[in-house]
Design a protein around this ligand. Structure first.
Ligand code: KDG
Length: 338
């Protein structure tokens, strides 16, 4: 198994039950989330040794969040507890003709305010095989943008592979007028594995991907990414076809610098129980395959099946095992030779 360090904000998610809107709901359900933590929980459940690097509030909420990660097998000894507040997000899952609502309440969180110097990266990365981080952390402000870049550079210098999920969140960048293009470019330049599609690459590289087929757009974006980022070996994404608020179809794409494109055929997903964290579950599934040294084809099928399975689990975490994912891969369309 691999040793993986995940760096990012731990959030409390407060969601309205059922189909309720945020403005009407008399009760909110509390869950733990955060894109990088979601990846970490999946990887821990797949048998890897995962450590979270983060900063939480030194109060009962911070303690609860850290306890939840530990419960799912993620190491939390590198989480800093400091005076301050936890970041929150509010969610109403939406209903017919009404999209999901996500409200962030995380400005000035303990994580967002932590200075770059708060993290001793050479020590935190000692013995690690992978560092996973995402475009959410640098979108939170100048401190976290600097910290994310320092982490990625330290990993590169130490021979730790860097996995970066674009996770482009315009709302967060707009709040502080951060230069998303320049900052994400700097981070992607350190990445070995990139989770990004043609829209993300359009933001970062300015490319116009107008090819007729979604797959061609991704392949064109991947070619630009390989040209721009010298360390990059893999680019992965899902292709999503919306059906309705309860249902979409997902296909998986994994493009290798030297191995070409591997595809996981489109799967119908629905009725959806909870789609938050689906992208993180996909990323974790792909990282699992890469860490195991599987063929690209097997890797992308496992990644897509992991992402699909997440849609059946309430909360942000994909609380499934490798065997659960393999069982889904084993069903017909996910016919993987072992
Ligand atoms: O990918 C899921 C994340 O969006 C969720 O956990 C919340 O980290 C989060 C964010 O910043 O949106």
């Amino acid at each position: 198994s691999a040793r993986v360090v995940c760096f990012g904000e731990l959030l409390l998610r407060l969601s309205a039950p059922g189909r309720e809107k945020l403005l009407q709901s008399p009760q909110l359900e509390v869950r733990v989330g955060g894109a990088e933590a979601n990846v970490g929980v999946s990887l821990a459940r797949f048998g890897h040794r995962v450590d979270m690097v983060s900063t939480v509030a030194d109060n009962a909420l911070g303690e609860a969040v850290v306890g939840e990660l530990r419960r799912h097998g993620v190491g939390t000894s590198a989480v800093r507890h400091v005076p301050g507040r936890m970041g929150l997000y509010f969610l109403a899952p939406g209903a017919i003709h009404r999209p999901a609502e996500v409200l962030y309440d995380r400005a000035g969180s303990a994580f967002a305010l932590a200075a770059e110097e708060a993290y001793d990266w050479p020590a935190l990365l000692a013995g690690a095989d992978w560092l996973h981080l995402s475009g959410i952390t640098p979108a939170l402000g100048a401190n976290t943008a600097a910290a994310a870049l320092a982490a990625a550079r330290a990993a590169r210098a130490a021979g730790v592979k860097v996995s970066f999920d674009g996770n482009f969140r315009p709302k967060l960048w707009e709040a502080w007028e951060g230069d998303a293009r320049a900052i994400l470019r700097g981070l992607m330049a350190e990445a070995d594995v990139l989770f990004a599609d043609h829209r993300d690459m359009g933001v970062v590289l300015g490319g116009q991907y107008a090819q007729a087929e979604p797959l061609q757009r991704v392949e064109a974006a991947a070619a630009d990414a390989f040209a721009a980022f010298p360390h990059l070996q893999w680019l992965a994404c899902t292709l999503r076809s919306p059906r309705n608020v309860d249902h979409h179809a997902l296909a998986g794409v994994l493009v290798g610098r030297s191995s070409g494109t591997a595809l996981a055929p489109q799967e119908e997903v629905g009725p959806i129980v909870d789609r938050i964290g689906g992208g993180d579950a996909f990323a974790a599934g792909v990282l699992h395959g890469l860490a195991r040294g599987w063929e690209p084809e097997r890797t992308i099928r496992f990644g897509l099946a992991a992402g699909c399975l997440k849609h059946s689990v309430p909360g942000d975490f994909n609380l499934v095992s490798e065997a659960d994912v393999e069982a889904l891969v084993g069903e017909g369309r996910y016919d993987v030779k072992r």
